[in-house]
Design a protein around this ligand. Structure first.
Ligand code: 57M
Length: 359
């Protein structure tokens, strides 16, 4: 909105010309979302407590988690609020990628909200059925996939990191591929959200790296130099992701160990859906496997554990899945698991950045 209000006034006051720059608006989106989330955080936690929206802890979890019972959850609502308000304040509202990301945020956020809400009113850790949850996510992701497929300026080729010659055109197969990326990403973040700050840290780090990828992909000159796909208009996503980084840091202020609030499925599914959609829009889908490596490892650890458990009638690969519980049961204190996963996320992000040059 500010872009539309103030940029045209550059003739009156030259300083307003700065609103045309994505870098300027991204920096102020980070700061705005950070201030909003810090400002509303305490009130939000008080409100969730008043409404008795507290976490129910499963019996079969690590013993150390039972002390977490009653921690306010659905804190993802404050992330979504800060993200959307900041985005509407700083972006070019005529940009289609922004409305796509607002749609996926609200769509996946709503699925998570329903799941969280059912857990609260049922007073147990059982929300929507797995099938219903997956079905609604698939419908939302299908709308996003079709929107991307028919969006002018976005082709259906696949970018393979480190191999610039390989750019297979998926054609209509782009649609099921996009579904897989978006729903897979949403659920991988959801599984990861099992320790204080364990999901929001890597999500914020991944979003920060995709701020760079969006900016580069949206700049024809730089994209040509780096030989990465140029996607007209996708640079505006940097501002949306800047807002996400700000809101994520603000939420981490309250979700840091020992957490005062959990994000809930409303946050985890929305954030994962955003990362999947951004990876597709910036044509850096495979790179998401590297940038979001922590989420991939968490999800794969569950798949391996459940598969092996079923195949061997009860044997386990890990002491418990997802893998963060395995380290907890090995005796690592919770903060140690969390910070080490953050360090791994930063390293993977830096490696993904190098993938842009090593091609
Ligand atoms: C998502 N949710 C946390 C919180 C958060 C198939 C199986 C692997 C599924 C998986 C599962 O149910 N995952 C659900 C993870 C939960 O967090 C809530 O959920 C939201 C995110 N979706 O925002 O509202 C618990 O995580 C802890 N937590 C924190 N700090 C945070 O900031 O400490 C969350 C956020 C919270 C709190 O304790 O209650 C979760 O873990 O459920 N199931 C599991 O992950 C379970 N693993 C399991 O069953 N493993 C078996 C299977 C694979 C055969 C095995 O390894 O043998 C574990 N989770 C729990 N108890 N809670 C272990 C059992």
């Amino acid at each position: 909105m500010l872009y539309h209000l103030l940029y045209p006034l550059k003739t009156v006051f030259g300083g307003f010309n700065v609103f045309r720059y994505i870098t300027f608006r991204t920096i102020f989106a980070i700061l705005t979302a950070l201030v909003i989330s810090l400002a509303i955080g305490s009130w939000c936690i008080r409100k969730l407590r008043e409404l008795q929206i507290g976490q129910y802890i499963r019996e079969d979890g690590p013993q150390s988690h039972h002390s977490k019972a009653g921690t306010p959850t659905m804190g993802g609502l404050m992330i979504v609020f800060a993200l959307i308000v900041t985005t509407l304040l700083w972006v070019d509202l005529a940009n289609p990628y922004i409305w796509l990301l607002v749609f996926v945020t609200l769509g996946f956020g709503l699925v998570g909200f329903l799941d969280d809400y059912l857990k609260v009113i049922r007073k147990q850790n059982r929300g929507l059925s797995g099938r219903a949850k997956l079905a609604i996510q698939t419908v939302v992701a299908l709308v996003v996939a079709l929107w991307l497929y028919y969006l002018p300026g976005l082709d259906t080729t696949l970018t393979i990191p480190f191999f610039k010659q390989l750019q297979p055109d998926l054609g209509w197969a782009f649609i099921p591929f996009a579904l897989l990326v978006i729903v897979g990403s949403a659920n991988a973040v959801n599984l990861t959200d099992g320790l204080d700050g364990l999901a929001i840290g890597p999500v914020t780090i991944a979003a920060a790296f995709y701020v760079i990828f969006s900016y580069l992909a949206g700049n024809a000159r730089i994209a040509a130099y780096l030989q990465i796909p140029y996607v007209r208009g996708v640079g505006e996503i940097s501002i949306f992701l800047g807002a996400l980084v700000g809101a994520g840091i603000g939420f981490l202020w309250f979700n840091a160990y020992p957490a005062q609030v959990f994000m809930g499925d409303v946050g985890a599914l929305a954030l994962g859906g955003i990362l999947g959609t951004v990876a597709l829009a910036t044509k850096q889908e495979i790179l998401l496997v590297l940038v979001g490596g922590v989420f991939v490892v968490e999800a794969v650890s569950v798949i391996l554990q459940v598969g092996f458990f079923k195949l061997t009638n009860g044997k386990r690969i890990f002491r418990m899945a997802p893998i963060h519980h395995h380290f907890e049961l090995k005796g690592w204190p919770e903060p140690k698991v969390i910070v080490r996963f953050w360090i791994i996320s930063i390293v993977l992000g830096l490696l993904s950045l190098s993938a842009l040059k090593l091609r």
